[in-house]
Design a protein around this ligand. Structure first.
Ligand code: F6R
Length: 616
């Protein structure tokens, strides 16, 4: 949730750390802080409430200089958004600084003990408890590493912790407990890096090591030494990550969200690359570790995810059931993990996640593992924890970094990846023959071009609609079958970035309650492509119009019947019914973006949200 960056080497540490934090600001932007070791003056802290730009301004007034340091951008969990609660936190001696991503579940208990021992606290955070605890053990051990190990042994919860001690400025220590916070270590000639996510350090190195659960790294200029928290040495070779740092920059776009909406045609192409053989009518998912026989054994699939990825999961259910004839259940990961699911030995878990770090999704994967059920991850972030947990293989989206907090290109890529997965399953189970697969692949291949057309068509219409409706206080989104998750996703996009209250409903449910909300001020977005359920959708639209609701219909190009019924029509190209959500959602993303702009909202960093949800 929070972003962490640390550096040791010949460069100005503050520049590296702040640059890295800029790449991670999407993870949290309540406050930011930095600690740099200045040889003459010791540890220097600068912290500021609000966005990173405030810290940058502070650093230009009160610069710090040194070659080892670390920084943090915070998404508040414990304690208000204040400077005292901003990281890094110090121990009582002021010689040790700590930053953390995650939650210390037993911090009150630990704090009470430390208070009894006479320690004083200056913040309400759980992180200060770690700093004080490390400081406490440091007094006995005289060295940071054993002190940190002792402190970590007492923490409950999932965390990534980074620590630095003024008496040992030749090293930074980093540790990971549980799945709440990823830790990536970067290696280069004479310098080393630590961060909570890859984009923070890609400008400097592609040689990365991912820390596993309950491991600790000693990071020096010469490299890193890893061991388990119990002290057993760990040998791990760096992996080379191919992401292009330029792709992480915003380029000419006003916002990352806008850029990522426009990247969708490219992302849809990349998800297919190397995975389809159109001539043979076959799908190759080499990253899957399940062969035909294993896929044939699967009788039930549990799809689990959160937020937008969960909406992709709802669409995946239709895809898998229709194409591969396997029963699918879709669960919010946060519910799945606690409901003691009965999975059975013929089950498969499919986790869908952009970041690969979402704590509930990871916990759901662990639940499957505990029950001996293999899991497959449909995931964007390369080398992320979900990718590593997926013993059935990680089906990468290859969508590139998604920085805007509101997910766009990851969603459409998830749909395309789920479609490939459903085809692969159907191929193994022989519910689809080569000729049928060929027809599906043809539709997939045409999708990027159609997505580009959907964007072009939507831009002028959405701008007009946004102008007209941006002052609305509520909106309803309706759809049926695969268009129902699209309605949910359209509502989520609008509410999360424009703060307009929006709800998605299956159109057939409208009469069971939500219809009471409809009046002449209520925009009702109806997703109505020409599929088998279209006539039903049309009659729902008539019911809305009869209550004087403003119908914004998303339909197929040239649908004059729909145009005549709706107040406004946004048209998208048509494709196979199960792929239509990829195209129908595009105008909803653009509409949400345009409305948020007109309302003066912070599109890329909406209030209270963070890109990776690594806490419960
Ligand atoms: C909404 C959004 C979130 C994420 C959710 C899961 O636009 O982005 O709802 O979809 O937090 O995140 P991942 O996919 O990283 O597991």
């Amino acid at each position: 949730m929070c972003g962490i960056v640390g550096y040791i080497g010949p460069r100005e540490a503050a520049e590296v750390v702040v640059g890295g934090l800029q790449r991670l600001e999407y993870r949290g932007y309540d406050s930011a802080g930095i600690a740099i070791f200045e040889p003459a003056a010791g540890l220097q802290l600068r912290r500021s409430v609000g966005k990173l730009s405030n810290l940058v301004a502070r650093l230009s007034r009160e610069p710090v200089t040194g070659h080892v340091g670390m920084g943090h951008t915070r998404w508040a969990t414990h304690g208000n958004v204040t400077e005292e609660n901003a990281h890094p936190h110090r121990d009582t001696s002021g010689q040790i600084v700590v930053i953390q991503n995650g939650i210390v579940e037993n911090y009150l208990e630990l704090k009470a003990r430390l208070l009894e021992l006479g320690y004083q606290f200056h913040s309400q955070t759980d992180t200060e408890v770690i700093a004080q605890l490390v400081g406490h053990y440091y007094r006995e051990e005289g060295a940071l590493e054993p002190a940190l190990r002792r402190a970590l042994a007492e923490l409950r919860g999932g965390n990534a912790v980074v620590a630095l001690c003024a008496a040992e400025p030749d090293r930074i220590l980093a540790a990971r407990l549980g799945n709440a916070g990823g830790v990536v270590l970067g290696l280069a000639q004479g310098e080393s890096f630590v961060a909570s996510d890859v984009p923070a350090i890609l400008d400097y190195t592609r040689d990365l090591i991912f820390l596993e659960d309950r491991e600790l790294a000693v990071i020096t200029r010469e490299g890193v030494t890893i061991s388990t928290l119990a002290g057993t040495p760990v040998e791990r070779r760096p992996v080379a990550v191919p992401w292009d740092p330029v792709a992480a920059a915003r380029g000419d776009y006003k916002h990352f969200m806008q850029k990522e909406i426009h990247e969708q045609p490219r992302a849809l192409m990349d998800v297919l690359r190397g995975r389809i053989d159109q001539e043979a009518g076959r799908v190759h998912l080499d990253d899957l570790r399940l062969d035909d026989e294993a896929l044939r054994r699967v009788r039930r699939i549990y799809v689990t995810a959160c937020g937008t990825a969960w909406h992709a999961g709802l669409v995946a259910k239709y895809m898998i059931e229709r194409l591969a004839r396997v029963q699918v259940e879709v669960d919010y990961a946060s519910e799945f993990r606690y409901r003691e699911p009965v999975l059975g030995d013929d089950a498969l878990l499919v986790a869908i996640t952009q970041s690969g770090e979402t704590v509930d999704t990871l916990a759901a994967m662990e639940e499957a593992r505990a029950q001996g059920v293999p899991s497959v991850a449909i995931v964007n972030a390369i080398g992320s924890q979900a990718a590593r947990l997926a013993d059935g293989g990680a089906l990468y989206l290859h969508a590139g970094p998604e920085i805007g907090v509101a997910s766009t290109k990851a969603f459409t890529s998830m749909l395309a990846a789920a479609y490939l997965f459903a085809l692969r399953l159907g191929q193994a189970r022989r519910t689809l023959g080569p000729a049928q697969i060929r027809a599906h692949l043809q539709a997939l291949v045409e999708l990027p071009g159609k997505a580009a057309e959907a964007i072009e068509r939507a831009l002028p219409v959405c701008a007009e609609l946004a102008e007209r409706y941006h002052r609305a206080s509520d909106a309803l989104f309706l759809g049926r079958q695969v268009s129902y998750p699209v309605a949910l996703e359209g509502a989520l996009k609008l509410k999360e970035i424009s703060y307009i209250h929006a709800e998605g409903y299956p159109a057939g449910e409208m009469k069971h309650g939500p219809i009471a909300l409809i009046d002449e001020d209520m925009p009702v977005v109806c997703i109505a492509p020409r599929d088998g359920i279209f006539p039903k959708m049309l009659s729902n639209i008539e019911q809305v119009r009869a209550r004087h609701g403003q119908v914004i219909a998303v339909g197929n190009v040239g649908d004059t019947e729909l145009a005549a019924k709706a107040s406004h029509l946004i048209d998208v190209p048509d494709t196979l019914p199960l792929l239509q959500p990829v195209l129908s959602v595009i105008p909803l993303q653009i509409l949400a973006y345009d409305v948020a702009l007109r309302r003066g909202c912070d599109v890329d960093q909406p209030r209270n949200l963070a890109k990776s949800v690594t806490v419960e």
